[in-house]
Write a protein that binds this ligand. Structure first.
Ligand code: PAF
Length: 293
C-alpha cells in the first residue's frame, strides 16, 4: 500500500490505473478506523480494481465547540488496518494541501442540511462535508465512493451534491456495523467511560423499540417516537433530537405512510453519538380502508 500526501501524487497514481482500464473505488474517512470503516474498504475492494482510502480529519466540518482537537488520530494504526484490507492507496494530506491559502469555495446543500445534525451542529457541518467530499471526488475521480448508513443524513447530502452537480461517481451506502450489544460503531465511542458505554446501548434499544411499534402496524409518528423516548428516559438520556423524517427528503412526517428515517442524536458521557434505523410503511390493512392501525 502506498501512502500519498499530495494531490499531484494521487492524480498520477489514479491516472496510471485508469490508463490500464482499472476501476477506482474511494472510501473517504477521517481515520480512527473501526469495523464500520473496514466494511466500507471490503465493499470497495470487492468491487474495484484500485482501492483508495482518504484519511483526513476535515477541520471545516467541526464547530468551534466541537472535538476537532481531541478527535482520535493514529495514522500508523490506521495504515496497518487499511493495508490488511488490501487497500492500494492511503491518501493522508495535510490540511494545507486540501485548503491552500486563498481557498474560498463552499458547497451548501439547501433544505436537507437544515434539520437533524444540520440544525444541531450548524450549517458549517454539512457545508464542510459536501465541500471536502466534492474536492476528494475531483482529486481521485473514483468510479464509486463508499459511505456508511450510520451517517444517513451525510449520505443523502452527498447523493444530492452528486445529482445536482452531475458528478460522475456512484455512491454506495453500506449498512451500519454494530457492537454485539447493538451500539453503532463510531470513532467517538472511544470517548465513553464504562458507565457511559453501558448507557449508550439505550440508543439502539430505543430505535428497536420504535421499530417494533411500527412493525406492529402503528402509523402515528408520536406513538412510534414515544416508544423510543421511554427507552431513552429509562437510561437517563435526553436526546438532542429524536425524529422520524421522510427517508429521502428529510421532510417531517406525521404518519408512517412512506419509508422514513428514525434518527437520534444524544450526548452520552463525553461523546456525542448518532444512530438511526430505516422504517418502512406498514403494509395497507385490507380491513381498514382508512389505513388506520
Ligand atoms: O464520515 C466521515 O468520516 C466524514 O464526514 C467524511 C465523509 C470523510 C468527510 O470528511
Amino acid at each position: 500500500m502506498r501512502i500519498l500526501r499530495t494531490i499531484p501524487e494521487v492524480r498520477a497514481a489514479v491516472r496510471d490505473a485508469r490508463l490500464a482500464n482499472r476501476t477506482v473505488g474511494l472510501v473517504p474517512t477521517m481515520g480512527a478506523f473501526h469495523e464500520g470503516h473496514l466494511s466500507l474498504m471490503r465493499a470497495a475492494r470487492a468491487a474495484s480494481d484500485l482501492v483508495v482510502v482518504s484519511l483526513f480529519v476535515n477541520p471545516t466540518q467541526f464547530g468551534a465547540n466541537e472535538d476537532l482537537g481531541a478527535y482520535p488520530r493514529d495514522e500508523a494504526r490506521d495504515a496497518a488496518l487499511a493495508e490488511a484490507e488490501g487497500v492500494d492507496i492511503l491518501v493522508a494530506p495535510a490540511a494545507s494541501e486540501i485548503y491552500p491559502e486563498g481557498f474560498a469555495t463552499n458547497i451548501h446543500v439547501a433544505g436537507l442540511t437544515d434539520v437533524l445534525d444540520g440544525a444541531s451542529r450548524g450549517a458549517h457541518h454539512f457545508d464542510g462535508v459536501a465541500t471536502v467530499v466534492t474536492k476528494l471526488f475531483g482529486i481521485v475521480r473514483p468510479d464509486a465512493a463508499y459511505f456508511g448508513q450510520k451517517d444517513a443524513q451525510q449520505v443523502l447530502v452527498v447523493r444530492r451534491v452528486v445529482r445536482d452537480l452531475d458528478l460522475d461517481v456512484r455512491i454506495v451506502t453500506c449498512p451500519i456495523v454494530r457492537e454485539a450489544d447493538g451500539l453503532a460503531m463510531s470513532s467517538r465511542n472511544v470517548y465513553l467511560d464504562p458507565d457511559a458505554r453501558a448507557q449508550a446501548t439505550a440508543l439502539n434499544r430505543a430505535l428497536d423499540a420504535a421499530a417494533a411499534v411500527s412493525e406492529s402496524g402503528e402509523r402515528d409518528v408520536d406513538r412510534i417516537l414515544s416508544a423510543a423516548r421511554r427507552e431513552l428516559d429509562d437510561a437517563g438520556i435526553t436526546p438532542e433530537y429524536l425524529e422520524l423524517r421522510d427517508a429521502e427528503t428529510l421532510q417531517t412526517v406525521t404518519r408512517l405512510d412512506r419509508d422514513a428515517l428514525l434518527a437520534v442524536a444524544a450526548h452520552v458521557g463525553a461523546a456525542r453519538l448518532i444512530d438511526n434505523h430505516l422504517l418502512s410503511a406498514p403494509a395497507a390493512n385490507p380491513t381498514d380502508p382508512k389505513g388506520d392501525a
